[in-house]
Write a protein of this length. Structure first.
Ligand SMILES: [Zn+2]
Length: 415
């Protein structure tokens, strides 16, 4: 039994055309017109399958297939939103593989022992509000109504207002929190977004742990002044301070932290940002990740020390705010073992690995047994228009997902 890869890629081609930036990657933010178009297409496909569809307070879609809907379901899926100028495969591949698995199980007329539920998480990338996995955080009860009223986008609109504007019943947020007895297991298929599989020449990654992360906003304030008339020893230059901190973090992560620790500064704003003016203020963001929380703590402490020290040295005012955090997660030995067993039976070339990127699946570990299947990203590229995953790898991942779902949800005598 196998998925229909042509049909799945046809879905993919349809949806990647719903982009705000044609010719320059996929830009499909949650709650945008492109997101609404994508949802309409997916709803039409779900209707063909007779799924019972529910959209929750924040816009997560939960679509159930099967008759015994009171039983805990096997949940499969991922997200459909993207970063700005993102790739075609991130998130969407897992959603479409889930849809395709349900189609095959229906076409083969297999009898289920429990329902299969396709889940499509909203706002995974944090593109609107700067908070990743917002949909799965709301679904698992980490954020409530008050949080949604206070979290805002860069124009000052709250999640609450935006969700209401697109017709979501955001008041239901607490009522829609996932109960542990609703789900038996959750499996997310996702592109790797790195080059570990390609480097090891493997087609399937069986994920055993997902890195946790912390994101900090660092603000350094100095004294803006004339670039020509201010002697070097009279300057309070926050950009010089920021660059010292950034290069120190990079060195520390390489030499003193764990081998799995990674740290990135990818966003910096300098005010007034002019060629002939010493800056007044610099803001930058520090993203630190590890599968071991002690790696994250180590870098967080280094950042504290550095900001204190450098602020002192350069007569700056320094401030650090924690703007996002998620714990590292071990995935379920039951599901990880099953994925591995099925990969083995199918002669897939596979390896166990960790995920350096955070996924909705990580949030779901609080509620149920979770597994993840990775497929290769060519040259490890993701979150960019060049993101590419080969057809044969998507097929292998989709087929593996199908067999794992069969093992979990199809009546014993039909497996
Ligand atoms: Zn993703």
């Amino acid at each position: 039994m196998e998925i229909n890869i042509e049909r799945m890629l046809n879905d993919l081609t349809t949806i990647v055309n719903y982009t705000k930036t044609p010719g320059n990657g996929c830009t499909r933010f949650s709650y945008s017109n492109e997101d609404i178009q994508t949802r309409e297409y997916l709803f039409s496909q779900m209707e063909k399958l007779g799924l019972s569809v529910k959209v929750d307070a924040i816009g997560n879609i939960r679509a159930k297939y099967g008759t015994m809907i009171e039983k805990p379901s096997v949940m499969i899926g991922s997200h459909i939103d993207t970063v700005e100028n993102g790739g075609k495969y991130d998130g969407l591949t897992g959603v479409l593989a889930g849809l395709e698995v349900i189609r095959i199980i229906q076409e083969e007329k297999l009898t289920l022992s429990r329902p299969i539920e396709l889940v499509i998480f909203a706002e995974e990338e944090g593109s609107n509000f700067g908070i990743t996995m917002l949909g799965s955080k709301v679904l698992t009860g980490e954020y409530g109504l008050e949080d949604l009223k206070s979290i805002q986008n860069e124009h000052g609109d709250s999640v609450y207002e935006i969700a209401k504007n697109v017709g979501l019943e955001v008041e239901n947020v607490e009522k829609d929190v996932l109960r542990k007895d609703e789900i038996d297991a959750m499996i997310e298929l996702h592109i790797e977004q790195g080059a570990v599989l390609e480097t090891n020449n493997k087609r399937i990654g069986v994920v055993q742990a997902i890195a946790g992360m912390k994101t900090f906003k660092v603000t350094l304030e100095g004294d803006s002044n004339h670039a020509g008339t201010t002697p070097m020893d009279l300057r309070k230059d926050p950009l010089v301070g920021a660059s010292t901190i950034i290069s120190h973090l990079q060195k520390t992560a390489k030499t003193a932290a764990l081998s799995t620790t990674v740290v990135t500064v990818g966003k910096i704003t300098c005010t007034p940002n002019m060629t002939n003016v010493i800056p007044q203020k610099v803001e930058f963001f520090v993203d630190v990740r590890d599968v071991e929380m002690k790696g994250i703590e180590f870098i967080s402490n280094e950042l504290d020390k550095q900001v204190d020290e450098i602020s002192m040295d350069h007569a700056l005012t320094g401030k650090i705010e924690l703007i996002g955090a998620s714990d590292s997660m071990k995935l379920s030995p039951r599901i990880v073992g099953l994925i591995e067993k099925k990969a083995e039976e199918r002669n897939d070339s596979y390896m166990r690995m960790n995920s350096g990127a955070v996924h909705d699946a990580a949030m779901m570990t609080k509620k149920t047994d979770v597994g993840m299947i990775f497929i290769p990203s060519v040259a490890g590229k993701s979150h960019c228009p060049e993101e590419y995953t080969r057809k044969e790898d998507i097929k292998a991942g989709g087929d593996l997902l199908l067999h794992v779902v069969k093992a979990l949800a199809v009546n014993n005598n039909e497996k």
